[in-house]
Design a protein around this ligand. Structure first.
Ligand code: UDP
Length: 455
């Protein structure tokens, strides 16, 4: 009977159609948004690529529809640079997305689609949905500060900050403090023109076609940035984050099977004694950097839980091998896994700090758990997030541009047992309280759901 009631209810619900970008850091926030909208009375259809398809079993209450794209060879390979991947995905998915959405509209009797939400990087889908006459919102999965910096790109070029110049790297960017020129989004290996071109397409599509912008952030950490964004946009912006915390029981959307054994390993450690190390789902490092990380961790004397993904070291296909000599240390004091249940790890009381690449989801997850961060930004918006963690919120320490074993060991010890570590840990604890307060009182999702239903 439950199921039947649900179906009846679904038949009268207005529907929101979502189209996530098929990467880990984008799928989770979009599906958490879906959960929240569903809980506020909207029916949910998720259109998705076959590439990195989400698991429908996790959400029996949503409809999942594959768009059946054909990707050009190598388009989604980790060897292809990220800007080229995003351009290829946008090109290959535009027509299949439009067709899937059009046939969904035809099949709805009576028509029930209130609006579409596409990931912020799907500029072609944004245009396609709006071309079918539907209101479209975009979900920004990066911080408000990063989003602002992207909107400012044309002005930054006029002001001479871009292309990034060696001699101006440490200059504060006039309208974007505390960011310096060196903190602006960068993608090593992609040429700056391609990156600027991509950002321009995203911004243009948004200005022309978006009826609203949804951001996975919140006032307590980015109030000023949000106010400035709203001044600059002609459509409303909704700061609905931290999305994973707004959900009552956020579903796990890992593309890889997490190694849950590490939670029992953490149980055997005293509070705040373990360093968690992970560079997210995409970043990879040179073999020399990997070796310095391993030696630095080994000689720090600190227990650590380290996520070493297959393919996370350039030039190795499988799981990278520990350098000779480090293995013994790892066996005695460390635990290495290929994928961790990260949110649960960060919530574990044994964790004392997070050595992170500062992806936006990882940043939010550590802020929400009150865990201080050792920042090793690798590319894209990670430099922006690292700067905010260390210089805006005071909850992080920098590992430095060059990863070198002696400095790593010293910085790890400073974080885990030194005064500096205590200072940032206390700040992280306070920031977590502010985040909790925000989660308890935010009405942003209700406002967003109402806005969607009004369209
Ligand atoms: N993650 C995880 N287990 C891991 C590593 C990462 O569950 O071993 C999750 C993490 O909790 C976060 C996401 O993967 O939600 C990574 O997103 P983020 O924006 O931090 O970085 P990206 O992978 O996009 O660079």
């Amino acid at each position: 009977p439950m199921a039947r009631d649900d179906q009846v209810y679904d038949a009268v619900r207005r529907r929101v159609v979502l189209f996530p970008l098929p990467f880990q850091g984008h799928i989770s926030p979009m599906l958490h948004l879906a959960e929240l909208l569903h809980a506020r009375g909207l029916a949910v259809t998720v259109l998705h690529t076959d590439f990195n398809a989400p698991d429908p079993a996790r959400h029996p209450e949503f409809a999942f529809v594959p768009i059946r794209e054909t990707l050009p060879d190598g388009a989604a390979s980790p060897e292809t640079d990220i800007v080229a991947q995003l351009l290829a995905l946008n090109g290959a998915c535009e027509a299949p997305f439009r067709e899937a959405l059009a046939s969904l509209l035809l099949s709805q009797r009576p028509p029930d689609v209130a609006c579409v939400v596409v990931d912020g990087q799907w500029y072609t889908a944004l245009g396609a949905a709006s071309g079918l006459g539907l209101p479209v919102l975009t979900l920004r999965t990066e911080s408000a500060a990063t989003f602002r910096s992207m909107l400012a790109f044309p002005r930054l070029r006029d002001a001479g900050y871009l292309p990034i110049k060696e001699e101006r790297l440490d200059e504060l960017v006039a309208e974007l403090e505390p960011l310096r020129a060196r903190d602006l989004i960068r993608i090593d290996g992609s040429d700056e023109d391609a990156l600027r071109g991509f950002i321009a397409r995203v911004a243009d599509a948004m200005r022309v076609s978006a009826s609203g912008v949804v951001l996975n952030t919140f006032d307590a950490i980015e109030g000023l940035e949000l106010a400035k964004i709203q001044d600059e946009l002609s459509c409303p912006a909704f700061a609905v984050g931290p999305l994973h915390r707004m959900c009552r029981a956020p579903a796990e959307h890992s593309l890889h099977e997490p190694d849950r054994g590490c939670l029992a390993w953490l149980d055997a450690h005293p509070p705040r004694s373990v360093l968690y190390v992970s560079l997210g789902s995409v970043a990879s490092v040179d073999p020399a950097v990997f070796e310095e990380m391993a030696w630095g961790l080994a000689s720090s004397g600190v227990p650590f839980l380290w996520v070493v993904r297959p393919g996370s070291v350039h030039g190795t296909e499988g799981t990278p091998r520990m350098p000779d000599g480090v293995g013994e240390e790892v066996r005695s004091r460390g635990k290495v896994v290929t994928w961790a249940p990260q949110r649960e790890v960060l919530a574990h009381e044994a964790i004392g700090a997070f050595w992170s690449h500062c992806g936006w989801n990882s940043t939010l997850e550590s802020v929400c758990e009150g865990v201080p961060v050792l920042a090793q930004p690798c590319f894209a918006d990670q430099t922006v997030n690292a700067r905010y963690l260390t210089h805006q919120w005071g909850v992080g320490l920098e590992l430095g541009d060059v990863i070198e074993r002696a400095t790593v060991a010293e910085t790890v010890r400073m974080m885990m047992t030194g005064k500096e570590g205590d200072r940032v840990r206390e700040r992280a604890r306070q920031l977590k309280l502010q985040a909790d307060q925000c989660v308890a009182t935010s009405l942003a999702i209700d406002d967003l759901a109402q806005y969607m239903l009004s369209m």
